[in-house]
Design a protein around this ligand. Structure first.
Ligand code: FAD
Length: 553
């Protein structure tokens, strides 16, 4: 009896994990990986750090070699072999050996497409000028490094303020370059809400990175000094010795499309929850596929390594006769930038609004990552979104110097299990002074949100600040108030709220704030228990500063 022939197109995150699991599930199958690039199973995520010199040797980026696949897994790898067509009727693919141009056919019983995504290079004037790079592969990173060395580059323009753009900006700074980031949106890190992106922007600026936000690129030129000039739609020019284009990726669907496979509404390959395409013997995984966002229930493209790897395993299960299902994506992601980490999971506020979801509430908090009395406590800037009707967690964003990943990972896991803010309130997490608090930031988030839903801590809406007849009450100490406060606020320090309560109006809403929200909560409780109509402005003055900075033109 002949054995199953399983062919992978693309041998990196999705394809390699699928191939290796196929082998673990089927000892007899013939497994072939084709990749048009020179490597399989390389660490795309490490590329910015190789450019920056943090990862010193290129070989460290190679996670598995052709020999390892052969010797350990009995899998054949052919690099620099490109799949150019799929013959669905005959169950064959046409392959071009790039070194020779030879075209040949391979039959399959199961075909897995994991061709990834390609970096977007818009057809703008000057886009093909030497010195304009994208970063997707090891050769790309090698070319960038070589250019920097050859040109003795001292400056760079990074177009795109998302994860890859900002990682590149940081790494170019590590190499001693002065860097300008040009971004079409008014904020960096598009997955975050604008006010949460503010501390990120400030941190980058503090490290000398110049920001040109809210301005799209119109074209590229070369100036007399031989530098590249990025021209923007506003008429501004930003020059540098090189340009990194990091404005997003597009799913690689050409092969699938030509073979008549269905694409989804976002342009990715359509798959079911076992990664099956519209064609019986073809599966697809990774950046090329469209999946379901578990929060908004909308089709989405999420180019992240975690989903690609999990999808590879699920496709392998399906091919080998096991039943497992992909749960959808929630976009859990993290990025390190100099001394801070920026992480998020689930939906942002703007994503909820875009999806037409209005049943949500949000809180902000700024706890320290471990108890304040133990040296080295660092603040975490946290935003949590949850359903008003039942407390279900919808998303979280965090920025801070320490242990940001841990908090977002806990919340991400809670989201996967359909958790609520009441679950976060009760979550039992590890604690010793140098690691957290007996009430961890995650617990605090749960408590604040739960208190809100129980009516113990009604929240005022920052967007309604100054629009109402409400009294704005600042319960910080006078010296803090003097240093800066929300215009129109009245100062009544927390310790005087009980004794001077009669000075406050009973017939108006009182919007209470403090530094980060805790004292305002105490004051809100005093006022509510005394019959006043009080609401807490979540996250306090710190959040106010972030919101006003984000709204500044
Ligand atoms: P890829 O890993 O891109 O692999 C696709 C492979 O298919 C490529 O080698 C390509 O050559 C090959 N191929 C395409 N078409 C053909 C064809 N017709 N024939 C043969 N071969 C073909 N994700 C994170 O979660 N965290 C991070 O920190 C992170 N950092 C990143 C940093 C950078 C610079 C980049 C580029 C990506 C980063 N990602 C990160 C994203 C992550 O790498 C991808 O989501 C993941 O690699 C997708 O896996 P994939 O298998 O779909 O595609």
């Amino acid at each position: 009896m002949s054995h199953k022939r399983i062919v992978m197109v693309g041998g990196v995150a999705g394809g390699a994990s699928c191939a290796a699991r196929c082998r673990r599930l089927d000892e007899k199958a013939e497994i072939l990986i084709l990749d048009r690039g020179p490597y399989v199973s390389f660490a795309n995520c490490g590329l910015p750090y190789y450019v920056g010199g943090v990862i010193k040797e290129e070989s460290k980026l190679l996670l598995a070699s052709e020999a390892l696949f052969r010797d350990r897994f009995n899998i054949t790898v052919r690099t620099q072999h490109e799949a150019i067509a799929i013959d669905r009727e005959k169950r064959e693919i046409e392959v071009r050996e790039l070194a020779t141009g030879r075209v040949y056919r391979e039959s399959y019983d199961a075909l897995v497409l994991s061709p990834g995504a390609s970096a977007i290079r818009p057809p703008l004037p000057g886009i093909d000028l030497p010195g304009i790079f994208v970063l997707r592969t090891i050769p790309d990173s090698r070319e960038i490094r070589a250019w920097i060395e050859l040109k003795q580059a001292r400056s760079a323009v990074v177009v795109g303020g998302g994860f890859i753009g900002l990682e590149m900006a940081e790494n170019l700074v590590h190499r001693g370059l002065s860097v300008t980031v040009v971004e079409m949106l008014n904020q960096v890190m598009p997955p975050l809400d604008p006010e949460m992106a503010q501390p990120v922007q400030q941190h980058l600026e503090a490290h000398g990175i110049k920001m040109a936000l809210g301005d799209g690129v119109a074209g590229f030129e070369k100036n007399e000094a031989g530098q590249l000039v990025v021209k923007t739609k506003s008429g501004a020019s930003h020059s540098g010795d090189l340009v990194i284009l990091a404005i997003g990726v597009r799913p690689e669907t050409a092969l699938a499309k030509a073979a008549g496979l269905e694409l989804g509404e976002r342009g990715g390959i359509r798959v079911d929850d076992q990664m099956h395409t519209s064609e019986p013997f073809i599966w697809a995984v990774g950046d090329a596929v469209e999946t379901r966002d578990v929060i908004t229930n909308q089709a989405t493209l999420i180019p992240l390594a975690g989903p690609a790897n999990r999808q590879g395993r699920i496709a392998a299960d399906a091919i080998c006769g096991r039943v497992s299902h992909f749960r959808g994506v929630q976009g859990t992601a993290i990025c390190g930038l100099f001394d801070i980490a920026v992480a998020s999971t689930g939906a942002s506020e703007k994503a909820l609004r875009r999806a037409g979801i209005t049943d949500f509430e949000k809180i902000y908090l700024h706890p320290v990552h471990h108890v304040g009395y133990y040296p080295g406590a660092k603040e975490i800037n946290l935003k949590v979104l949850f359903r008003k009707s039942d407390g279900r967690i919808l998303g979280a964003q965090a920025v801070g110097e320490a242990d940001v990943a841990r908090r977002i990972d806990v919340i991400a896991t809670a989201i996967q299990f359909g958790g609520t803010v009441f679950d976060l309130e009760e979550a039992e997490l590890c604690y010793a002074p140098q690691f957290g608090g007996a009430k961890d930031p995650v617990n605090y988030a749960g408590m604040i949100a739960s208190n809100t839903l129980r009516g113990d801590n009604p929240l005022a809406d920052w967007s309604r600040l100054g629009c109402d007849s409400a009294l704005l009450l600042d319960v910080r100490d006078p010296d803090e108030f003097e240093e800066g406060h929300i215009p129109g606020a009245v100062n009544l320090p927390l310790h005087q709220v009980r004794s001077r309560i009669a000075e406050l109006p009973r017939d108006r809403e009182i919007q209470v704030y403090c530094g980060v929200g805790q004292r305002a909560y105490y004051a809100t409780r005093i006022l509510l228990l005394n019959g006043y109509h009080a609401k807490n402005l979540p996250g306090g003055f710190r959040t106010y500063q972030q919101i006003t900075a984000a709204n500044r033109p």
